[in-house]
Design a protein around this ligand. Structure first.
Ligand SMILES: Cc1cc2nc3c(=O)[nH]c(=O)nc-3n(C[C@H](O)[C@H](O)[C@H](O)COP(=O)(O)O)c2cc1C
Length: 200
């Protein structure tokens, strides 16, 4: 599907055909596209949990106040991030760059993130947002539907997936084939209201 059509056609789909799987080839293609999303310093601190265990899906659904898409969708991906990835062997983020570039980047990265908890968390959310949009548009391009979700008890879901220390959950994305289309768009704000020129 052409990009602008995928953007228009992507909607938050709440009801999925339980009998319609996402092929492994398509899943891999979508996730490979996700990995090409941008991150600051190419840090790639996202970590994705693909929940295939139906018992865990039930538990997550309970933590998400019963939202049906959690168990109906063929795939459920929890977008998480390692807030300490900046200090975890960072030279691998620039493995294909010359040594002098790596030597320059390392201290920059360190001084940018070290001790800045709010920034580390903000970055996690930014990067996962980028990844989520790539996931949803790639899925749409292959004829699938998605729903981004934050309607769940974060602490409970963290327990269910055994979220490690220094990791955060950004959102869940469900993926599958729609059983029911999304309702008409609820109402988009006009461009003039949200686009400012030079300053507010
Ligand atoms: C970060 C985020 C969290 C969301 N959480 C939920 C959710 O928990 N449950 C749900 O049904 N929809 C959720 N949505 C979907 C929004 O309601 C939907 O994207 C919005 O109404 C616009 O509709 P559209 O995506 O079909 O254009 C979420 C969307 C975003 C971006």
């Amino acid at each position: 599907m052409e990009l602008f059509n995928a953007i228009k056609e992507r909607r938050a789909v709440k009801h999925y055909d339980k009998e319609s799987p996402v092929s492994e080839t398509d899943f891999k293609q979508i996730m490979s596209a996700v990995l090409l999303s941008p991150t600051s310093y190419n840090i790639q601190h996202w970590r994705f949990v693909r929940v295939t265990d139906p018992l865990l899906r039930d538990q997550i659904q309970e933590a998400a106040w019963g939202q049906t898409q959690i168990t109906e969708a063929a795939e459920l991906i929890i977008l998480c991030a390692d807030t300490q990835a900046w200090s975890d062997n960072p030279q691998r983020y620039w493995a294909n760059t010359p040594e002098d570039v790596q030597a320059m980047m390392l201290p920059m990265l360190e001084s940018f993130y070290n001790g800045k908890e709010q920034l580390q968390r903000d970055e996690a959310m930014r990067s996962c947002g980028m990844a989520a949009q790539t996931l949803m548009l790639s899925a749409k391009a292959l004829g699938y539907d998605t729903c981004p979700m934050i309607g769940f008890d974060n602490e409970q879901v963290a327990k269910i997936i055994k979220l490690p220390e220094h990791h955060v959950i950004s959102m869940i994305v469900t993926l599958g084939r729609a059983a029911k289309s999304a309702n008409k768009r609820a109402g988009q704000l006009p461009l003039e209201e949200v686009l400012k020129e030079n300053s507010f």
